[in-house]
Design a protein around this ligand. Structure first.
Ligand code: MG
Ligand code: MG
Length: 628
């Protein structure tokens, strides 16, 4: 399978785009005329530059307003086409995309358009070139791939074929199943893009809001299944117009594109009977059964503060590493590792971010298969020298320099605690905290799609609703993601301004990372009472918050008084109730949350966030004061 991406999808100048595209693993590019024109080099040099990077030019585009013109303009359109053909031959590509005409004087008529394409096919054949016809969703007369196919069918020329673009078909809600009736050899090229469903002008939506397959809401997989069922064997290419991507890092956008494309085509191969897609064997998305550990890189005063905080949450120092400065703190199934090393990945993370979550361990069905899938999707395996007696745990680099370790039963890697740590059995049940409910990662808003794509392509996880979290100083977008049965829940919080609590944390910690860890209890009141005896310092909620709760929900006044006395927050949805209790912030803005998720409550307490954030901001250090 030949992978390709349009140069317009990536930011930067032409050499920067090409470098990022080649590095991400693509086989070819669709060259946008504009990228070529803006570059200072003649067409042959551009073609050579592209090929020197191991890429081929899969398509030249766009050629606009060709078909169905009145006689006075028709001859000129053919002249323009001949000049494009000259250019294509110098660049070294044989296929041009002609998008359906938007010309105000285009007169329409399927047969007229077919005659134009037949004549153009004759000219293209003389030079061994091919022309592909794409129905733009806003084309004047042709705006549906079924009509474009009828033009191609009636043009009846070997050098004329159809170009399909998922956005134009799905954006107009045209049933992709209709593609199954088109012969695969008459489809010359396929372009893929997803998009969030927004009710707006088609042209504006297409030019600004397209995103990678899997990042939006369109049924791109159904579209591609139908395409592959026809026997299509040409390139599969991404054509993404997105304002955010145009301003993003070329390497990140290219890597995301490659990841989305390979994951999509692997899904198509697995789900569509009888299609043959030339891809390596890719292990299935990983089933995550829980968070095995969370590791903090920390040193000095911040390490001391964490060591003092964890016992107040009911954690016990359960062991120390046999050779490294690692402490294992445990409560029931929750393991928190403090890494106080002066070298290695954790130390680098500390130097860069201050105290930070530098590593997350996930319990999976097959750790090695997880790393294999991640690598085939473009992630980097993570390796660090291991000491005598230590296990070599499979790991990858996550986004933002973080590390993910994978532990499984099959290879005995879940035994790492017994093998590498001097442990003793826990003295008590702690405060009744049983497992990690969710990890909340903070990032800048424009990194959210990348992170969501990373998780959904690697793990068997679904995106849940995106909600707006209202900070008194701005909005934070929060995207929930969940593995089966809630075994892993992650919230991605995208900050748009530094003035929000999340944005401030992001600026202070120099990049995306875990801002809070939510620990689950099965009985919030019992846990909260126990924590009081451990001198847990909870975040104080205002009396007004509790007065408002009584007004918003039908709650018993004694119940609300109890919530208030323990600083517990309350929310409910159709599935059940949600109780929350927060720690005060530590180490520059991180915090712990304790939750009781009753029945099928599906959210994360977003309606409470403004009040929680206001309470946290009241505690914030005055500007200019150093971190402690
Ligand atoms: Mg297109
Ligand atoms: Mg939370």
């Amino acid at each position: 399978m030949k992978t390709s991406i349009a140069t317009v999808s990536i930011s930067g100048n032409l050499p920067e785009k090409l470098e990022a595209i080649a590095k991400a693993g693509f086989d070819g590019i669709e060259i946008f005329e504009q990228d070529f024109i803006a570059h200072d080099g003649d067409p042959r040099e551009v073609g050579d530059l592209i090929r020197s990077m191991g890429l081929e030019i899969t398509l030249f585009q766009p050629f606009r307003d060709f078909e169905g013109l009145p006689d006075t303009l028709r001859a000129k359109a053919f002249d323009r086409a001949e000049r494009k053909f000259d250019l294509m031959q110098e660049l070294g590509t044989d296929l041009v995309l002609i998008c359906s005409s938007c010309h105000p004087e285009a007169v329409g008529g399927i047969d007229r358009a077919a005659r134009d394409f037949h004549a153009l096919g004759e000219r293209a054949a003389k030079r061994d070139l091919r022309v592909g016809y794409e129905a733009l969703a806003w084309g004047r007369h042709v705006n549906d791939h079924r009509d474009a196919w009828e033009v191609v069918r009636r043009a009846d020329h070997a050098n004329v074929g159809l170009i399909l673009d998922s956005f134009h078909t799905l954006g107009r809600k045209i049933d992709p199943e209709t593609i199954r009736r088109i012969p695969g050899d008459k489809i010359f090229f396929v372009q893929l893009a997803d998009a969030p469903v927004i009710d707006m002008d088609l042209l504006y939506w297409s030019r600004h809001f397209r995103n990678m397959p899997g990042e939006g809401d369109l049924p791109v997989k159904d579209f591609m299944r139908a395409v592959m069922a026809t026997g299509y064997s040409g390139p599969v290419s991404l054509e993404i117009f997105n304002d955010q991507f145009r301003g993003g890092s070329p390497n990140t956008i290219a890597a995301d594109g490659y990841r989305s494309l390979i994951a999509l085509m692997d899904d198509v191969r697995n789900e569509e009977q009888g299609v043959d897609i030339d891809l390596p064997d890719i292990p299935a998305r990983t089933d995550v059964s829980g968070v095995a550990f969370v590791e903090f890189a920390t040193l000095g005063g911040e390490a001391k503060a964490l060591e003092a905080l964890l016992p107040t949450l009911g954690f016990e120092l359960a062991g120390k590493h046999i050779s490294k400065k690692l402490q294992l703190w445990q409560q029931n199934d929750i393991r928190i590792v403090l890494n106080l090393e002066n070298t290695g990945h954790a130390h680098s993370a500390f130097v860069m971010h201050g105290t930070t979550v530098c590593d997350i361990g996930l319990s999976v069905g097959d750790a090695k298969a997880t790393v294999k899938r991640a690598s085939l999707l473009g992630a980097k395996p993570f390796n660090q020298p291991i000491g005598p007696g230590e296990l070599n745990l499979p790991a990858i680099r996550g986004l933002g320099g973080s590390v993910l370790h994978f532990l499984d039963d099959a290879t005995g890697l879940n035994k790492v605690w017994e093998v590498e740590f001097d442990t003793h059995s826990l003295a008590a049940q702690g405060a009744g905290l049983k497992r990690i409910d969710h990890l909340a990662q903070t990032m800048s808003y424009d990194e959210m799609l990348s992170w969501a794509l990373f998780y959904t392509t690697l793990f068997d996880m679904q995106k849940t609703l995106m909600v707006d979290v209202v900070d008194p100083d701005g909005l934070v977008r929060s995207q929930g993601m969940e593995a089966k049965d809630g075994a892993l829940r992650i919230t991605l919080n995208g900050a748009e301004t530094h003035r929000t609590l999340a944005g401030n944390f992001l600026a202070d910690s120099f990049g995306a990372s875990v801002q809070h860890i939510a620990l689950a209890t099965d009985d919030m009141f019992e846990t909260a009472e126990k924590l009081k005896t451990l001198d847990f310092d909870s975040l104080t909620m205002s009396k007004n918050y509790y007065a408002d709760l009584t007004a918003r929900f039908d709650l018993d006044s004694g119940f609300v008084a109890r919530l208030s006395s323990l600083n517990i927050l309350y929310d409910e949805d159709a599935g059940g109730r949600y109780l929350q209790l927060y720690s005060k912030p530590f180490a520059g803005g991180m915090f712990f949350e304790i939750v009781e998720r009753q029945k099928k409550y599906s959210g994360y307490g977003a309606p409470n966030a403004p009040f929680r954030i206001a309470a946290q901001k009241r505690l914030a250090r005055p500007k200019g004061m150093p971190r402690i």
